[in-house]
Design a protein around this ligand. Structure first.
Ligand code: GTP
Ligand code: ZN
Length: 295
């Protein structure tokens, strides 16, 4: 059987890219396959080329994850696009994206875009935040989708991966996608009925770029409520720099417990106050003493 990758899932249409022939076929699920599983963009499938247009899908390989928004399976990377200025950097939003995507097994990359328009102060901020996130254990890249600067570094970093873009409105997600693939980013339809800002789309396409990478044509989250996705007690597992420290109690939430290694590290300046504040905010906690430690 041949291996294929579902790169298009729009209504009933399934597009299967078959690397051995470098071509996309119309996928037809065989037998009772659809009774057993759904088929998502990003699914790795096994099947046979039936004719010049058709690929009969026999099996869907086990998925490493499925994102709900956009609906894509096996997403390796989320490119979290942020800016320092225009719009102003929102570190709480970034921290929320990092937690939620890490939770689904999607490795985040922090991309600061619009570096071309930074003034002196902006460049200082860019350096400060970049150092903070690198130290915390994330990959950080500076780009300008206007001049193309730094984009190649992103392409190299995500080689071979299935990616999506996430980040707030106006940071340049569409511009980056256009730069990478020559295609437009589709905006997910916003369903007005749900108050949660849920987006629904009729389908999703993965667009090839770089040597062997794919990227979704629908953006991921532009804002996110962490506790809708991650339980209160496991949020701490996705602040990766916290994992380097030990606490007296293994189930320590790093809030008011005695003998907390994380809080100690914040006091010593080894964990940044900004990150710790984001953590408390996610848990809807507040610490009086923090104003003394962090100012
Ligand atoms: N100077 C500069 N402008 C940029 C850059 N990238 C994008 N822009 C501009 O910023 C504006 C917003 O860019 P978009 O690509 O539409 O941003 P988006 O994140 O897709 O926004 P939404 O569709 O609202 O989610 C556009 O006017 C772009 O031309 C950049 O690197 N430098
Ligand atoms: Zn602790």
């Amino acid at each position: 059987m041949e291996k294929g990758l579902v790169i298009e899932r729009v209504a009933q249409l399934i597009g299967v890219y078959v690397p051995s022939v470098g071509k996309t076929f119309k996928g037809i699920p065989r037998g009772k396959l659809l009774k057993r599983t759904k088929i998502y963009a990003g699914d790795r499938v096994l099947g046979n080329i039936v004719d010049a247009e058709t690929f009969a899908i026999e099996e869907v390989e086990e998925r490493k994850n499925i994102l709900i928004r956009p609906p894509i399976a096996n997403v390796d990377r989320v490119i979290c696009v942020m800016t320092i200025q225009k719009p102003e950097f929102d570190n709480y939003l970034l921290d929320s994206l990092l937690v939620v995507y890490d939770h689904v097994g999607c490795e985040p990359v922090v991309v600061f875009n619009k570096t071309d328009l930074l003034d002196e102060e902006g460049r200082g901020e860019l350096e400060r935040w970049s150092e903070l996130y690198s130290k915390a254990g994330y990959e950080v890249v500076h780009v300008s989708a206007k001049t193309g600067k730094g984009i190649e570094e992103v392409v190299e970093l995500v080689e071979g991966d299935i990616c999506i873009l996430a980040g707030p409105s106006g940071v340049g997600k569409s511009t980056i996608l256009k730069y990478l693939t020559g295609e437009e980013l589709r905006i997910g339809e916003i369903s007005e009925k749900t108050q949660r800002g849920k987006h629904t789309t009729t389908g999703v396409k993965l667009i090839p770029f770089g040597k062997n990478s794919f990227i979704g044509d629908t953006p991921g989250f532009s804002r996110v409520e962490v506790l809708q996705f991650v339980s209160r007690k496991s949020v701490k597992n996705y602040f990766r720099e916290f994992l380097r420290y030990e606490c007296r109690y293994p189930d320590c939430l790093h809030v008011k417990e005695p003998g907390c290694g994380v809080k100690e590290a914040v006091k010593k300046g080894e964990i940044s106050c900004e990150r710790y504040k984001s953590y408390l905010k996610m848990l809807r906690e507040y610490l009086e003493e923090l104003s003394e430690i962090c100012g």
